[in-house]
Ligand binder design. Structure first.
Ligand code: TXA
Ligand code: MG
Length: 348
């Protein structure tokens, strides 16, 4: 949902969204999901509807992953390019056998990393809707680490196709209010378990070739994956762009400009930054003290909390009509995924 201000479009603030008559949001306890609410969500999914639900990474927009018609609704609601395939969400690694060719390496990775923020691209078995795979011979699979997501998938009794619950190209939603602001009544039900833990999407790796290939950095650290695989991951490059169509498209972008700032001498005013922007019209977010007098500042206590809060921060500054200066994180751990999101938000 957006409002117009001086000819420009802004997302509604969380307060404005709360004041809207939103009938389709239901609160559900993460650690003790109400069985009745889960049943209702599952029955919507089984009858071909859309249910937004929390995962440990971000909120997903779920549909029956074995139904072309249901999957098509995801693309319509998000205005998502049809050549961008969807991740199928499962409750257990055992369910992968029916959907994909699982070799020993893939089975070991699943056992070590699932449930968790890691998506595996494997060779697909026949029978998966072309809407889900975007016509590729591969399929992306993941078991999320969230009691509500797992209960919902279990009760639905089918794999759940779920991209991030935002309009295509926008920052991913990390709470239910953001889902409502993005998709409003295009979704039949929004399950609200509060703010997510990780805040960035899953890491996506392609295990169809000889070397494991990184398609998208995310919640599972590359260092841990490489240590487990015993080899460096093939890195995100032109080849992986062809293999992961989603990476070609505009992503994570607020409607206001996003600028990157790298901490060198912390706490000191940065003359270069001052010369290129007016800090009074920008909000700053990062882990180090801001290098100028910004209109707003969100200071995170760690890079993990930066990751957790970055998309909500984007939305907040955007709603206030402020540009965004995002600190450039360190190039390891969650910092690599943060860099990827900030780079794409700032260049598209
Ligand atoms: O954390 C997440 O992964 C969240 C939650 C809801 O699970 N989902 C998510 O979905 O981020 P989405 O659709 O926003 O991103 C899926 C990514 C896209 O970059 C897509 O291109 C890639 O996975 N992908 C899906 N299927 C693929 C396939 N068969 N081959 C290569 N890449 C694939
Ligand atoms: Mg997405």
């Amino acid at each position: 949902m957006t409002k117009q201000y001086m000819g420009r479009e802004f997302a509604l603030t969380q307060k404005e969204v709360k004041n809207l008559p939103q009938k389709n949001i239901v609160k559900i306890d993460k650690w003790n999901p109400d069985a009745g609410i889960i049943r209702e969500g599952a029955s919507i999914l089984r009858s071909g509807g859309l249910v937004a639900f929390p995962t440990e990474t971000i909120y997903g927009l779920g549909a029956n992953g074995l139904s072309s018609e249901a999957a098509r609704k995801i693309f319509l609601a998000k205005e998502r390019p049809v050549d961008n395939p969807l991740i199928l969400h499962l409750t257990d690694a055992k369910e992968t056998e029916a959907l994909a060719e699982v070799d020993e390496r893939a089975a070991k990775v699943m056992a070590a990393f699932w449930p968790g923020p890691l998506t595996l691209v494997l060779r697909a078995r026949p029978g998966i809707p072309a809407e889900v795979t975007a016509g590729l011979s591969t399929v992306a699979l993941r078991v999320p680490d969230h009691p509500v997501a797992l209960a919902l998938i279990e009760a639905a009794g089918c794999p759940i196709a779920a991209p991030s619950a935002n309009r295509s190209g926008r920052p991913s939603p990390t709470d239910a209010e953001a889902v409502a602001a993005e998709l409003g009544d295009k979704v039949d039900l929004i399950l609200d378990s509060g703010h997510v833990d990780i805040g960035l999407e899953s890491t996506v790796i392609d295990l169809t070739g000889h070397n494991a290939l990184l398609l998208r950095p995310g919640g599972s650290s590359i260092e841990r994956l490489e240590a487990f695989l015993g080899e460096p991951l093939g890195m995100f490059d032109e080849e992986s762009k062809k293999r992961s169509p989603g990476t070609r498209h505009k992503h994570y972008s607020p409607t206001v400009p996003v600028r990157v700032w790298e901490a060198r001498e912390t706490g000191k005013a940065d003359k270069n930054l001052h010369d290129s922007i007016n800090p009074a019209k920008f909000g700053f977010m990062g882990v180090n003290p801001p290098p100028a007098e910004f209109a707003r500042v969100i200071l995170f206590e760690s890079e993990d909390s930066y990751a957790r809060g970055i998309f909500a921060g984007f939305r907040q500054f955007e709603a206030e009509g402020l540009g965004i200066v995002a600190e450039w994180p360190k190039p390891y751990g969650i910092g690599l995924a943060l860099r990827d999101r900030i780079r794409r938000a700032s260049t598209s």
